[in-house]
Design a protein around this ligand. Structure first.
Ligand code: GLA
Length: 351
């Protein structure tokens, strides 16, 4: 869980902004809710010096001091590069400098690397992807600092099958998300078949959150957060948390929904039924409980129902509504609810 600069700031990012974000991660309650990584995306790189060492733009005068600041808040700092010569934004990539860059990141005190394919197809073929990612995976390990390794190649070449073997901790499963219902829904609801590949230490990444960026409704952002939690997805906020409304903060810090995302069994949800524009998703949780998401992708309210026979629930299933923060009591045969257009009812079912 964390925050990343790309969705809101694109390449307009600086030391000052990152420090302010780190401050607000603490003061807003995001850190207490579990958010930990503050990740700088594309646009921090300037050029290489005579020895080939990567230098940040003048917007980042001292990465080591920035990392120290972020660490002093009990948070971690992430950075971004590419296996190609150039990043997607046209900045300096790591091609031919993998070991050197990994050492530089470790020396700065970096804790997370997002490694984005971008121009790498100028050098490598599709089938070279595992090797290209392995090179940096090994370089990071050799650099001797624990660094979370985030693979970003948009889900190509069945990355879920080799991501863990090249030291990947998470891998993007899709192209870039946009702050729009169709983009979010098309990505989120297409992840069911990947569920078996997620597990502790190795996660499918359907891209970062757009919650709070302004182009979806509160109902739609609630669906976005619920769906990502069901998918056991990394929860990487992508909004300007310095100016978020209480409503957006409440979505991002809903501890009951975060507990679903972070459940220690680490099993991702899958779709168990679909009827027109409505879908029911099921996620097994530790202790024999389940999370159930009743989703309505349609334009009118809809009534959805799940029968417990789909689950292996002994005894008397108790239902808790994770957005209303309410116990709904024992529901013997199943559970039904009216779900608003583009909305969700997210429940936890336990014995
Ligand atoms: C790609 C990635 C995005 C972002 C940009 C930066 O498009 O998928 O998440 O990192 O590059 O240029």
């Amino acid at each position: 869980m964390g925050w990343n600069s790309w969705n809101k700031f694109r390449t307009q990012i600086s030391d000052k902004t990152v420090r302010e974000i780190a401050d607000v991660m603490v003061s807003s309650g995001m850190k207490a809710a579990g958010y930990e990584y503050v990740n700088i995306d594309d646009g921090w790189q300037w050029k290489r010096d005579a020895q080939g060492k990567i230098l940040p733009t003048p917007n980042f005068p001292d990465m080591k001091s920035l990392a120290g600041y972020v660490h002093s808040k009990g948070l971690k700092l992430g950075i971004y590069s590419s296996p190609g010569p150039r990043t997607c934004g046209g900045y300096e990539g790591s091609y031919g400098h993998e070991e050197q860059d990994a050492k530089t990141y470790a020396e700065w005190g970096i804790d997370y690397l997002k490694y984005d394919w971008c121009s790498a197809s100028r050098i490598w073929k599709e089938e070279d992807m595992p090797a290209a990612y392995q090179k940096m995976g090994e370089a990071i390990r050799a650099a001797g600092r624990p660094i979370v390794y985030s693979l970003c190649q948009y889900g190509r070449y069945k990355v879920q099958e080799w991501g863990p073997t090249v030291s990947g901790n998470l891998w993007r499963t899709t192209g870039d998300i946009r702050d729009a219902w169709d983009s979010m829904a098309n990505i989120g609801f297409s992840q069911s078949d990947l569920s078996a590949h997620a597990g502790p230490g190795q996660w499918n990444d359907p891209d970062m959150l757009e919650i709070g960026n302004g182009r979806m409704s509160t109902t739609e952002y609630t669906t976005h957060f619920s769906l990502w939690a069901m998918l056991a997805a990394p929860l990487i906020a992508g909004n300007d948390i310095r100016s978020m409304t209480p409503e957006i903060r409440d979505i991002l810090t809903n501890k009951e929904v975060i507990a679903i995302d972070q459940d220690k069994l680490g099993k991702a949800a899958r779709r168990i039924s679909k009827d027109g524009e409505t879908e029911i998703w099921l996620r097994p949780l530790s202790g024999g409980a389940y999370a159930v998401g009743l989703f309505n992708r349609g334009t009118a309210d809809a009534h959805l129902e799940i029968k417990w026979e789909a689950l292996e629930l002994p005894g008397k299933p108790r239902v808790r509504d994770l957005w209303a923060h309410k116990e709904l009591g024992v529901k013997p045969g199943g559970f039904g609810a009216t779900v608003p257009s583009h909305g969700v009812v997210l429940i936890r079912v336990s014995d």
